[in-house]
Structure formats: C-alpha cells, structure tokens
Design a binder for this molecule. Structure first.
Ligand code: AP5
Length: 226
C-alpha cells in the first residue's frame, strides 16, 4: 500500500478534529493535531510552551520557527496520517514540501463564520482525555462530566468571543490562501461542513474513498471540486 497523507483544512471550529476522530481508524490513519501538540507543550510548561502560550491565548498563529520544528518531528517519519492544523500558512506548506513530505489530498471543511461561532461558544472539552463535546449537538451523557473518564468538562481557553474573532482574522489572512494553492495542485476536496456531524462524516468518507481508489488505480480520472 502506498503512503496515505491527508490534511484537514478549515476555519476554527469547522469540525476538523470531530471529523478526524470519526474517519481516522476507518482508513487506518494516525490522527495528528498540531493544536493539541502545542497545548501539550503549554501544559508541560516547556520552553516552547511558555512562549507559544501567549499567541494561542490571543488567538494568533504561533510564529513559523516553532511550527517548523514541531511539524518536522510530527510528520517526517510517518506514512499514514490525517493531520488537523498543519500547514496553516503558505510558508508552512513550502517548508514541509521542501522536507519531502507530499500530501495525497487536502479535505477543506467549508462552513460559514456564523455557524462556527455557534459551535465554538458551546464547545466543551475534557482536560484529561481531550474528548470534545457540544452542549447542543454532541452533549456528554454524563452532563457536565466527560462520559469517557468522568472528569469535569471545561471551555477551551481560546473559545471566548474576542479570541474567536482574532482566530478568524488569522484564518482569513494567513490560512485561506492555502485553498487556492491546493486547488491548483489538484489536491483539494471540498466538504460541506455546515451539515450535521453524521452528514459531514459521510461526505468525508466518500471523499477519502475517492482519494484512495484513485491512488490504487491510477487510470481512474480524479473528479475533484473546483
Ligand atoms: P487548533 O486547536 O487547531 O484550533 P482551530 O483550528 O481553531 O480549530 P478548533 O480545534 O477550534 O476547531 P475544529 O475545526 O477542530 O472543530 P471541532 O471538531 O473542535 O489550534 C489552536 C491554536 O494553536 C491556533 O489558534 C494557533 O494559535 C495554534 N496553532 C495550531 N496550529 C498552528 C500552525 N500550524 N501554525 C501556527 N499556529 C498554530 O468542533 C468545534 C465544536 O463544534 C465542537 O464542540 C464539536 O462538537 C462541534 N461540531 C463539530 N462538527 C459539528 C457539526 N457538523 N455540527 C454541529 N456541531 C459540530
């Protein structure tokens, strides 16, 4: 089997990690989260963590120099993965390409800003096992506690309204240009992320089936989103 390297791209709160959790095991992909890697550095109070914390709390992208090293460690020795949160700038895409990491497809979760604000303001996360919930769409069966490990759920530190606005500004100015880049490379698959979770999952599974069947039978014409 050839390598399977998939990127999840989309605005903050578009459902990237929810989708990653839903499809990774089905396609034997390791799910990787740049945001989670950074939050772990912050929690452990490493030198990197103490520096990147201030950017994350403000909702700004972390400077490239920190991301380059972490991305290389995360991706360079892996063959089958689904990564959420990298690349997030044209420079990051250029950097990892230069390191010989070539992606098979980029799944772009397309959803309006209004909808993601609604999602982020009602998100709850488990500080212990990192499970994610939504007060309306995906509530924990244990109420205010995590249904997997019973820890009290929290709101993520960057989910307050002002920080969400900054995260969006960063997304539009620095991350959105990647859509055009990956479209030109013929790698972009658009997913309607305004659908309920099951609909988004079904579209993602269909897109990945298409990606991998193309990979396994090179003569099949790729039918991609323009
Ligand atoms: P990161 O953790 O990657 O945050 P993000 O991109 O802002 O995305 P989120 O995790 O908030 O949302 P998501 O799209 O995963 O949606 P989710 O599935 O949780 O990055 C955090 C920070 O780290 C950045 O701001 C930056 O500072 C830094 N960083 C990370 N990578 C970097 C990089 N490469 N370069 C520089 N800095 C970097 O869903 C959200 C909510 O909606 C949940 O409650 C969920 O249950 C619910 N939901 C999901 N899908 C649906 C649906 N279909 N319908 C209804 N509700 C839904």
């Amino acid at each position: 089997m050839e390598s399977r390297k998939i990127v999840l791209l989309g605005p903050p709160g578009s459902g990237k990690s929810t989708v990653a959790e839903g499809v990774s095991s089905k396609f034997s992909l390791e799910d990787l989260y740049m945001g989670q890697v950074l939050r772990e550095q912050v929690a452990k109070e490493t030198i990197i963590g103490n520096i990147v914390k201030e950017y994350m709390l403000k909702g700004e992208l972390v400077p490239e120099d920190f991301i380059f090293g972490l991305a290389y460690l995360l991706l360079s020795s892996k063959d089958n993965f689904l990564i959420d949160g990298f690349p997030r700038t044209l420079k990051q895409a250029e950097y990892i390409d230069g390191k010989g990491v070539t992606f098979n497809a980029v799944l772009f979760l397309d959803v309006s800003e209004e909808e993601v604000v609604r999602r982020l303001s009602n998100r709850r996360v488990c500080p212990s096992c990192k499970a994610q919930y939504h007060l309306l769409f995906l509530p924990s069966k244990e109420g205010e506690n995590c249904e997997k490990c019973q820890t009290k759920l929290e709101r993520r530190a960057d989910d307050d309204p002002e920080t969400i606005k900054t995260r969006f500004r960063e997304y539009h100015s620095k991350t959105a240009p990647l859509i055009e880049l990956f479209m030109r490379k013929g790698l972009l698959y658009k997913i309607d992320a305004s659908l309920p979770p099951k609909g988004v999952l079904d579209e993602t599974v269909a897109a990945l089936n298409k990606v991998f069947s193309i990979q396994e039978s090179p003569k099949v014409e790729a039918e991609k989103e323009e």
